[in-house]
Ligand binder design. Structure first.
Ligand code: PFF
Length: 448
């Protein structure tokens, strides 16, 4: 009966596709600079604790809601609480997917640009590159186009098949880069920064940065895992699948730190370089290495691949909503949604110096986000919307649908979930919504 929607063809296909969504710019570009800014190894430990204690159980909640309803976020909520305002939480997720896709596509476009820049042997100036309007627009269009072409193929034909090919390539490329980076003279200081914790660096803001990073990195809070969960068969084990997804996402993040920090310290650079770390510090670093332009080119291919499996998932959420709820034809509506994402991405693309108005947009206060349109979109959709969506969804799953009903869905097909059934219920109802509430307070600067 569900065959018109599509289904993952295997458990491993689902795990790879969901891991592909989770693993992206968030792991390889955002994670290292957040680690660098928040003091290194101690942050890593806090981050991993949060991933396991909050991220994993929350992910199970979204997956359970998706599989139980076999629907997109709007349809899933509507199936449990018909005609209520809760459906708005689903709409928020659909909108968030589109919003994240628009600015994420811009950064993903830069990574493609850097593939060519690195192979050419002269990466040039980053600020000049991102302020050049035609190039960044074409790169955004290219990235959204490739994303749409894959989603066009449907759930198992497109997303699953590509994830199966792309994810293992990514992993192998990263192992090669780790071996290279840790063999550099001077890399030991980087390993110490990254692996030897100094707990005096931990405070409330560091913990909250870890919470935010965990949600973004695991693709939680906008119903992505509801959507991907809806394609999972009843006999699959959601509990072990979520375990693998969380494990792979954390593994890739940890691995990207193992490339970046040794390489960074080997060349005497500053770990607190921030958001420009990957695009400014890396190319400079690569250019000092033997075969640097080839290694750099490979690195940016790797980053583009990781970003692509995430943009695929970001596009899938609005597409699944329009196919299920509005009965649009998947193959046609994909191009319409992609077109909207491209148009929505244009101001972000032009906000890095190309256009004065968008470069100094400044609607959201400076305290929360930089004034350029891209940073403002990143704050609204990547930080606020995900956290707010996750707060509402955890309340919906824990209290409206009911944590026990959700737990029963997870238990179906799972051999081991029974052992943690009651703990999970407590997490879903109390621990998770409260923790997310605290992130939100921090977004509004209540702890500063
Ligand atoms: N998890 C992705 C990353 O780390 O790059 C970003 C993302 C994808 C966030 C899909 C949210 C989402 F639904």
């Amino acid at each position: 009966m569900q065959s018109h929607r599509g289904e993952w063809s295997s458990k491993i296909g689902f795990i790879l596709a969901a891991s592909g969504s989770a693993i992206g710019l968030g792991n390889i570009w955002r994670y290292p600079y957040i680690v660098g800014k928040n003091g290194g190894a101690a942050f890593v430990i806090i981050y991993l604790l949060i991933v396991v204690i909050i991220g994993l159980p929350y992910m199970l909640g979204e997956l359970a809601l998706g599989r139980s309803s076999q629907k997109n976020p709007v349809g899933a909520i509507g199936a449990i609480k018909p005609g209520s305002w809760w459906k708005g939480v689903g709409y928020l997720g659909v909108l968030t997917g589109l919003g994240i896709l628009s600015f994420y596509g811009v950064i993903a476009g830069w990574t493609v640009g850097y593939v060519f820049k690195m192979f050419s042997g002269a990466p040039g100036n980053f600020a000049a590159f991102i302020s050049e309007p035609v190039q960044v627009t074409l790169l955004l269009a290219f990235f959204i186009f490739i994303t749409a072409a894959i989603v066009h193929g449907g759930v198992s034909g497109g997303i699953e098949r590509w994830s199966k090919i792309l994810m293992p390539i990514l992993f192998v490329l990263m192992v090669i880069l780790i071996i290279y980076a840790v063999s550099l003279p001077g890399s030991g200081a980087g390993l110490r920064f990254y692996l030897m914790p100094d707990f005096s660096k931990i405070d409330g803001n560091v913990i909250l940065a870890a919470l935010g990073q965990a949600f973004f990195s695991l693709s939680l809070g906008m119903g992505l895992m509801i959507t991907y969960g809806s394609y999972v068969t009843k006999s699959d084990d959601l509990f072990s699948s979520a375990g693998y997804i969380v494990f792979f996402d954390s593994l890739i993040a940890i691995m990207s730190g193992l490339i970046i920090f040794p390489a960074l310290f080997a060349s005497g650079q500053d770990p607190e370089a921030g958001a420009k770390l990957v695009f400014v510090v890396f190319p400079e670093l690569f250019m000092t290495m033997p075969f640097g332009s080839i290694i750099g080119g490979i690195f940016f291919i790797l980053l583009s691949v990781a970003a692509l499996t995430s943009t695929i998932s970001l596009l899938e959420v609005p597409v699944a909503f329009l196919v299920d709820e509005k009965k649009f034809h998947r193959k046609r509506i994909v191009w319409v949604v992609a077109g909207i994402a491209f148009l929505l991405g244009l101001p972000s693309a032009l906000s890095q110096g190309a256009n004065d108005f968008f470069s100094n947009f400044g609607l959201i206060p400076e305290r929360l986000a930089d004034p350029d349109f891209l940073s403002q979109m990143s704050f609204v959709f990547g930080d606020f919307s995900l956290a707010f969506g996750a707060l509402l969804l955890s309340i919906f799953i824990g209290w409206v649908w009911g944590a026990k009903a959700a737990a029963a869905e997870i238990a179906q097909g799972s051999r081991f979930f029974g052992k943690v059934f009651n703990i999970w219920v407590i997490m879903m109802r109390y621990v998770i919504p409260l923790s997310i509430f605290i992130i939100l307070l921090n977004l509004f600067g209540l702890f500063n």
